[in-house]
Design a protein around this ligand. Sequence first.
Ligand SMILES: Nc1ncnc2c1ncn2[C@@H]1O[C@H](COP(=O)(O)OP(=O)(O)OP(=O)(O)O)[C@@H](O)[C@H]1O
Ligand SMILES: [Mg+2]
Length: 364
Amino acid sequence: MAKVIDVMDIDDDNGNFNSAKPNLKGKNVVVSAAPPDTRATPWVEKYRPQSLDDVAAHRDIVETIDRLASGNRLPHLLLYGPPGTGKTSTVLAMARKLYGNKLQNMVLELNASDDRGIDVVRQQIQDFASTQSISFGGKSAVKLVLLDEADAMTKDAQFALRRVIEKYTKSNRFALICNNVNKIIPALQSRCTRFRFAPLDAVHVRDRLRHVIESEGLDVPENGMKALVQLSNGDMRKALNILQSTHMACQQITEEAVYLCTGNPLPKDIEQISHWLLNEPFTTSSQRISEMKTRKGLALVDIVREVTMFVFKIKMPPAVRIQLINDMADIEYRLSMACNDKLQLGSLIAAFTRARGSLVAAGT
Ligand SMILES: Nc1ncnc2c1ncn2[C@@H]1O[C@H](COP(=O)(O)OP(=O)(O)OP(=O)(O)O)[C@@H](O)[C@H]1O
Ligand SMILES: [Mg+2]
C-alpha cells in the first residue's frame, strides 16, 4: 500500500486567502449531480448513492476512505473491480462530502467519453492540477482529479500521469477508477492506495432493490426478486436497469416477466432443454429446442451458457463433465464469432449425444 500523505490542507504559496479558480474551461469540471426526478430518469442515476452512507456493501472500504478524507489524510486512490459495484458513486459521494458547494471548482472529472491520450494529461490534467485551489477557511484545500475508466488511458498517458501526480501532490489528489487493474502500469499502482470493489453479494443487492421497490411502490413477488438478484450477478447497475425495464413492460415484476424482458431463458426452460438433450433422439431435441427458441425469442448463446451451468448440477463422472463443458465452451466461442446457429445447435446436441454414450459406457 502507498503511504498516506498528510497534506489535505495546504497553505497557498503566499499564505493568503486565494479565491483563484482552477481551470474551468470546457467539459473538464463536470461532476454528475442527481438528475431531476422525471418518469424518464434512469433509476441507476435517480438512485445513485448521494452520500457515503447510501453506498451498499463495501462498508470497510467506504469507512476507510471516509476516515482518511475527513482526517485530511487522503492518499491517491485506485478503485478497481467489476462494473456496477459502486466505485464511481463512492468517489463522487466522497467529493460531495469534502467540497460541498465548491465541488464544481475542486474536482476535475474525466471519463470514458473524454480523450485518453497523452495530450489530455499534458493539457487538461496538468492545467487543472497546476492552478491554485479555492480556499477553505483561509487555507487552500487540495483538489481532486477523478480519472474514471482509467484502464482506457494509453500507456504513454499513464507514464505522463506518473510525473504529474508526483509534481502536483501537494495540491492535488488523484482518484483512478477502473475495471481491469492489470491495465494500469505498476508505477501508477504503487503511487495509489488500492481498493478492490467485489461484486455485491445477494443480500446487499436485495436490500438496495427493496429500497427502490418501496420508493417506487412496485409490485415484486419473491420469485421476481430472486430472478433480479440472480440475473444481476452482483452488478447493482444491472439489477436496477432490469428492474426498471421490466416495470416499464409489465405491471407485476414476476420471475417470468424479468426473464422475458431480459430475453434470458427461464430456469425451467433450461431444465426442459437439458432434459431433451439428455434423453431425446437428435431430431426430436433439435426440433423442440428450435421451436422453443423461436417461440420465446431466445438466443442460442444464452441457452448454451445456461445449460453449461446446469451441467454442473447433474451427477456424472468428472471426466464426462469436463469433456461436455469443454465442448460447450467451444460452441459458445463459435457463437460469439457469429457462426451459424443451426450448425451450433447440431454441435450442442452432438456433444450431449457423446456424453450420453460415455455415461452408458461408464454404467451410470
Ligand atoms: N454499492 C452500491 N450501492 C448502491 N448503489 C450502487 C452500488 N453500486 C452500484 N450502484 C448503483 O449502480 C449505479 C452505477 O454505480 P457506479 O457508477 O458507482 O458503478 P461502478 O462501480 O463505477 O461501475 P463501472 O465500473 O461500470 O463504472 C449507481 O448509480 C447506483 O445506482
Ligand atoms: Mg464507474
